[in-house]
Design a protein around this ligand. Structure first.
Ligand SMILES: [Ca+2]
Ligand SMILES: [Ca+2]
Length: 78
């Protein structure tokens, strides 16, 4: 119970911080961050074909350097 009470203002602070940050960073940076958060399950900074569920064709189109991984830098070039 104590933990829950302490967590609520913390979550509000985090949400407010994220809103502030989104006004600072560009749309492409935001989309890369959310893309990595969504697909990079093992958090190695790369999205493999196994992690990506957007379809093989999209994966090939996004993998600009053809190393079979999608890096954050490749997401920003969309
Ligand atoms: Ca990964
Ligand atoms: Ca790549």
């Amino acid at each position: 119970m104590k933990i829950t009470v302490a967590l609520v203002p913390m979550l509000i602070a985090v949400a407010g911080c994220q809103n502030f940050n989104s006004s600072e960073s560009s749309d492409s940076e935001q989309s890369a961050v959310s893309f990595m958060e969504k697909y990079d399950f093992n958090h190695d900074g790369l999205v493999s074909m196994e992690e990506f569920d957007g379809g093989f064709k999209s994966f090939v189109e996004m993998d600009l350097n053809r190393d079979t991984f999608i890096a954050a830098s490749e997401v920003t070039e969309l």
